[in-house]
Structures are given as structure tokens and as C-alpha cells.
Design a protein around this ligand. Structure first.
Ligand SMILES: [Zn+2]
Length: 254
């Protein structure tokens, strides 16, 4: 039995019994950690209110080396993001981020760069206008691809290095970025990109989240760029395209 102190984000919490939850944490030191928070929904529990999505907590988890599920004995709130939870758009995109962390993280494999990115994304999402949530989310996912080494090449043809492109601009999942007409010829993983969307991807590639939050993007450009980012995340990281949070966001848009 090991005792672990974790600095972690709550990325999922499901009810186990009337008063207990199974909580999935994204921990700075250990990657994904799942633990039972017993009695958390008793009004007098010292863990009450802490196991909410997006919260960053410090917790003590007891776990057998081989066990998938640990037990949480104590926790304190380090940082909350009420601005995300209170707004449906921010909540939708924040939840999508939690789903991505859940689906791409593993126990005992820390992801320090992604942990820092999550802190940055939640902090800026929390305080930004809700109309910026989508742009912030897709920029954060682009940055995740950079950290994982799968960001699309957006400067030159990923295959031959050519820097001039005829329209339509095409991007290849398999070749890892822009391809010229010749190199994309018999590639079955290509998608079309508008020149505005390519500009947007280039800015995401070089600007930080804070600066991107200042941008105004038209819907079509944003959508086209988002499709490319999701396709890359899906092709290279195995991220499912049908996240629950995306369905929730679609219902908001209707
Ligand atoms: Zn080429």
C-alpha cells in the first residue's frame, strides 16, 4: 500500500453510492489517478464541494501498487475556476478538455507540459469572455499537439519542403501537415484548408493562449481550423471525435 500526495485537477467524478464518488484526477506527478472519495457527498464531509470538475486540489491517495483504484483520505482546494462552471459555453469546452485528458492520459505517466498547459487554459478560460471559449479550446488542443510532437507542419510542404502553395490548400494527416499538390497526389488522408484557416493555424502555432484570446475569428475559418486540429488529434493520438462534451456544445449551438 502506497501513500501518494498529488497536485491534481479533477477531470471526472462519477457517483458510486449515495454519498461517495469515483474521482479521476489528472495529477502533476502521476498522470491519471482514480480514487474513491468516500462520504464526499455527506454535508459535513471535509471533502464536500471539492470534487467538482476543473478544481485543482492537493490530495492524499492510498493505493496498492497494482490496483487501478485508490482511496482518497484527505484533500484541500488549491484553485477553483467558478467562471468555467457557471457559463455553459465555458463549461462545455472545459469539460471537453477534461475528456481529452482522461482519454489520452495513463496511470503513472506524468505529463508535465500538459499539466502546465491545463493550468494556463483553465486560468484564461475562467476569466475570458464566453465567445472566446472555442478559440481558446482549439488553441489549447493545438498546443497539446505541439507538446506531443504531432502539431501539423504549417510552414512548408511536410513532404518536399516547398513553400509555395496553390489553392486549394491541402493538409495531410499521414504526412503531418501541409502538402503541395504533387506530394498530396495519392494521399487518402488529406483535407482542404482555406487560406484564412491556414493563417489561423500559423498564429496558433506561434502565439500564446493569452494573445489568442484577443483575436476575433469568423465562424467559418474557426470551424475549418478546428476540423483540422481534431483530425490531427484523432489520427495521431487516437482521440475519439465524438466526445460527449461536443454533443453538449452542439445542443447549445442549436
Ligand atoms: Zn511537396
Amino acid at each position: 500500500m502506497g501513500r501518494y500526495k498529488v497536485n491534481a485537477f479533477v477531470i471526472r467524478a462519477t457517483r458510486m453510492t449515495e454519498t461517495s464518488r469515483v474521482v479521476t484526477l489528472f495529477a502533476e506527478e502521476f498522470g491519471k489517478v482514480k480514487a474513491v472519495a468516500k462520504g464526499v457527498d455527506r454535508p459535513k464531509s471535509k471533502l464536500a464541494g471539492m470534487m467538482e470538475l476543473f478544481n485543482r486540489i492537493e490530495a492524499i491517495v492510498y493505493k496498492k501498487e497494482s490496483a487501478e483504484l485508490g482511496t482518497m483520505s484527505d484533500a484541500s482546494l488549491s484553485e477553483g475556476y467558478p467562471g468555467i462552471a457557471e457559463n455553459p459555453w465555458k463549461f462545455g469546452f472545459g469539460s471537453a478538455w477534461c475528456e481529452i485528458l482522461d482519454k489520452t492520459s495513463h496511470p503513472d505517466i506524468p505529463r508535465p507540459g500538459i499539466f502546465t498547459l491545463t493550468e494556463e487554459f483553465f486560468r484564461i478560460l475562467n476569466q475570458s469572455e464566453s465567445e472566446k471559449s472555442g478559440l481558446l479550446f482549439w488553441t489549447a488542443l493545438y498546443r497539446l499537439l505541439i507538446i506531443e510532437g504531432y502539431a501539423p507542419e504549417v510552414g512548408k510542404c511536410a513532404s518536399c519542403g516547398k513553400t509555395e502553395f496553390k489553392t486549394p490548400i491541402i493538409i495531410s494527416l499521414k504526412r503531418g501537415g501541409l502538402v503541395c499538390g504533387k506530394c498530396g497526389d495519392d494521399d487518402d488522408t488529406i483535407m482542404k484548408l482555406s487560406s484564412n484557416s491556414l493563417d489561423l493555424l500559423r498564429r496558433m502555432n506561434s502565439e500564446n493562449l493569452e494573445n489568442m484570446a484577443e483575436e476575433s475569428i469568423d465562424e467559418r475559418t474557426g470551424k475549418n481550423a478546428a476540423e483540422a486540429i481534431l483530425a490531427f488529434a484523432s489520427y495521431h493520438l487516437g482521440l475519439p471525435r465524438n466526445l460527449k462534451s461536443f454533443k453538449f456544445l452542439e445542443t447549445l449551438a442549436d
